[in-house]
Design a binder for this molecule. Structure first.
Ligand SMILES: C[S@@+](CC[C@H](N)C(=O)[O-])C[C@H]1O[C@@H](n2cnc3c(N)ncnc32)[C@H](O)[C@@H]1O
Length: 360
């Protein structure tokens, strides 16, 4: 069988089976997966769909939004999650009840906690390439199941040992979630949120709990299944969330054509990814179009557009310039910088991603 057109030999496939989910090495999450395949159940032959004609982009008229940068948004240790220590290419984290060790390429410093603290752990990502799923983890104390109960700020969801070293949540995103929940509450009117590349749905759950009507899009059927499960576990089944398996770009294009509009758009794209039909997402090629689309599917009184980017060779200045130019004439402000996690042991900062957000 012919392998997929493989522009995306990056590191991020989270769910190789679905192939749609891309890992982010921002937390050391993954070795290169040149074997990324499209949506679950699809074959490996080339089913990539031709792309829609590229958008004709030109510089927008109007005053540029105000700007604030650099902005460093920080997640500090809390009852749900803590980066306990890091060093020597590893990180030690507390996810709910479990202490977990995973590789962390950025941790070029030395561990601050003694070896006994690093030995007293529940799960270690071994990355054993012969194994799939949970087999890539070692459980030094008691054998653990694939999933375990987790919480974010009172929202219950499932943590999971995936074969891509991820556990189903990117804790640094909590900074965006809190900000978004604040905007939704302060709006005191119905708010529509679009969460593109939504993964396991934490952002969607936070938005729904805050009172928004949410549309969640991800290319991976598996991730959507997990996100739905999270909605139930969180007791938010009655909240209006549309779960959609689709290519983010295609979905946004369709929304533009249909005249569907949103007050808040979140997009957290991988460097490389695939839609369910093998549609290719390449951040450097596609981000300008998608950012432009995000602007054009905003309501007349939008609140915010939040972009996160990781594992790319770029500075936040690049996405800042893109966002500021794209939101010219809209007023508001573009703030850009990094999302970091503050370590508990010695207070060092682990940078996880770049972000840029336009806020009305
Ligand atoms: C790193 S995750 C996003 C994480 C999420 N924002 C969060 O904080 O939990 C990237 C997601 O993008 C999805 N994805 C990759 N390519 C896609 C595409 N072309 N269209 C839609 N989703 C895609 C993957 O399945 C994966 O769930």
């Amino acid at each position: 069988m012919k392998p997929f057109r493989d522009k995306r030999r990056d590191s991020r496939s989270q769910f190789t089976k679905s192939g749609a989910e891309q890992t982010r090495p921002r937390d050391g999450r993954a070795a290169a997966r040149p074997d990324a395949k499209p949506g679950e159940g699809h074959e490996t032959r080339d089913r990539s769909e031709p792309k829609a004609a590229p958008r004709v982009l030109s510089r927008r008229d109007g005053a540029l939004p105000a700007e604030r940068l650099p902005v460093i948004l920080e997640v500090t240790p809390n009852a749900d999650y803590a980066l306990l220590d890091s060093g020597a290419g590893q990180k030690l984290e507390q996810y709910g009840p479990y202490r977990i060790v995973r590789p962390e390429g950025q941790a070029i410093w030395q561990k601050a906690l003694p070896a006994k603290d690093w030995d007293r752990v529940d799960a270690i990502f071994t990355g054993d390439t012969d194994e799939e799923g949970i087999g890539r983890w070692r459980f030094p104390r008691t054998p653990l199941g694939e999933t375990w109960p987790m919480k974010h700020d009172g929202i219950d969801y499932l943590g999971r040992f995936t074969s891509f070293r991820h556990v189903g949540v990117f804790p640094e995103q909590a900074s965006h979630w809190d900000h978004m929940a604040g905007l939704i509450a302060a709006a005191k009117r119905p708010v529509k949120v679009l969460n593109l590349f939504g993964y396991t749905g934490l952002a969607s759950l936070v938005a729904a709990r805050a009172g928004a009507e949410v549309t969640h899009v991800d290319a991976s059927k598996k991730a959507i299944g997990w996100a739905r499960e999270n909605q139930e576990i969180a007791g938010l089944s009655q909240k209006p969330i549309r779960w959609i398996v689709d290519d983010a770009m295609k979905f946004a294009e369709r929304e533009e054509r249909r005249g569907s509009r949103y007050d808040i758009v979140l997009f957290d794209p991988p460097a490389y990814g695939r839609g369910p039909k093998g549609e290719v997402w390449q951040l450097f090629e596609d981000l300008p179009d998608l950012t432009d689309l995000c602007r054009s599917i905003l309501t007349p009184k939008p609140l915010a557009v939040v972009l996160t980017a990781y594992s790319i060779r770029a500075s936040f200045f690049a996405i800042h310039a893109l966002m500021r130019d794209t939101f010219a004439g809209m007023g508001g402000r573009v703030e850009s910088g990094e999302l970091i996690i503050r370590e508990k042991s010695a207070g060092r900062a682990l940078s996880t991603s770049l972000f840029s957000r336009w806020v009305a």
